[in-house]
Design a protein. Sequence first.
Length: 214
Amino acid sequence: MSDPSFFQEIQEDLERQKLEALWKKYGFWIIVLALGLVIATASATTFRSWKASHNQKVTAAFLTTMRASPTAAETLKALNTFADEHRGADQAAMALLRAGSVALAQGDVQTAVGFFDRVEKDAGFDSALRQLGALFSVQAQLDQEDPALLASRLDPLIEANMPWRFTAKETYAYVALRNGEREKAKAFFQEIVQDPEAPPSLAARVSDILHAWD
């Protein structure tokens, strides 16, 4: 009775009996769970494939919309319709941003701001696009909106790691200048020039402004 293999056989038999008992009790649900995992994996793969295909179609439709309208009024109407038909898609946000720039080029600041603000306020859009909408809205209103209000909208955009922080800082400097805060504006310009991560073209432009002040 002291043979180790004997005790091992008993242990293995007990384990087998336990597994059989568990299978009799839960076998059906184990199968269901296994099938669920397979279906979920297949569904995820199918969804990714569909999303990529759908995204390509939406982008193609967006580019077609951009090219199809010869006049500004028709372009605005087409872009607005496209954005309504593709709510939540990044291409819809880009359509609204484009519509805002078209309206601004026509001198219609109010309409442009309306498009930009729609992007900022739509929680369905990517956060970077929403921040860009806010930035464009501020830039469109630099000459007419209350500087304090514009500054408050720029505050979250200039924080570290924000995607448009350098352009937001430049815009903040212009807001400060309009408000008569020359030193504050200069400080923002200097932050841009001294930051190695600042886009070269932006840093060069700001550097020229600082040299003109000296």
